[in-house]
Design a protein around this ligand. Sequence first.
Ligand SMILES: Nc1nc2c(ncn2[C@@H]2O[C@H](COP(=O)(O)OP(=O)(O)OP(=O)(O)O)[C@@H](O)[C@H]2O)c(=O)[nH]1
Length: 358
Amino acid sequence: MQINKPRELLRLRIALIIGAVLVLAFMAADLMLLPSSMYELYIFDRLLLQFPIILVVVVLSFWRRFIQHRAYIFAGLLIALSYSNYWLIWVCWEEHSFIFPYEGTILYAFFCVFALGIAFKLALAANVINILGFLGLMWVAPVYGDRVPISMAFVSGSLFICVYARYRLDRSVRMLKETNDRLLKLSKFDPLSDLLNRRALREQSEKLLALSKRHKVSMAVMMLDLDDFKKYNDCFGHQQGDEAIKIQARIMKQVFKRETDILGRYGGEEFIVVLSDIQKEQVEKHCDALLNKWKEAALEHAQDAKHPLMSCSIGVVFAKSAENMSIDCLIDEADKALYEAKEKGKAQFVLNQAQYLE
Ligand SMILES: Nc1nc2c(ncn2[C@@H]2O[C@H](COP(=O)(O)OP(=O)(O)OP(=O)(O)O)[C@@H](O)[C@H]2O)c(=O)[nH]1
């Protein structure tokens, strides 16, 4: 997914500052709880361990590749903050026989995973390391006495819920993105031919026309129409007719391969190709290629059709310069050329040069 880097960076820095402010707020609350003999130790942990760790991450956020590596950095931050808390719990117990609360560990996990956005797999890894660390701490320093088992269950359970919630969230976002991509495709592409639909065809053609005008390059618009398609449908059925439409689309994709070539279904059995920066001779070659590919396909036509094999007629308008052109007038001209091709006996192309429009 594309992200807006400056905005994402700003959002993350704000989240880090909020995190630092929260640490400060909790410091005020903790200092009310702690005996004064422990102030020095506590302030060392918060101001000389946790604050610098957060500061390092803020500084890292100015690194060019921070966005790419942010999940690893935040996972590291979560582990470092949690272990600095474990150290404080341990030293408070060892040196002052003071029972320091463990709830901060849970808060760090939720903050880093959701506010900073550590994705599921890294969140899982970091929280497993933190759970193991807490279990290890309880093993070497059973600070909470009778409450050790429930404390271990509480920390493990909370961190597990944090990771599971992240998994559900990531899954929902992924599903939403997939649905969004599908809807975007549906809104742009014709499902039968997988070519651009009429609306997207118009939008992209307008853009290509504007570019062609700016760069003063040529343009060509082709209109393709399957010959005697009604007879084909009547003879072989609508479903076979759909197959012929798919073949037409496949042939078009085989012939037009440039990234800028615009291929679309204009409606029914009519298709449009818009080309830019192309020579007239190349356009003619493309038309021959389209007609030949239909011959190679050798799709039997209805008996009363003009030709024994399925074919298409092509009307082309070629403009050396796109100046003073509009997409509508180019399509109109291509349509007239198509009519000529049909009149002349179908299975052929007629190319008109749009001189009078220049
Ligand atoms: N199978 C199928 N048929 C379609 C589709 N869209 C339009 N058609 C059919 O295409 C046929 C077009 O017929 P006409 O416009 O008379 O043209 P034609 O029979 O190809 O005759 P010429 O253009 O003169 O060669 C109609 O019978 C439509 O029902 C589609 O998506 N699938």
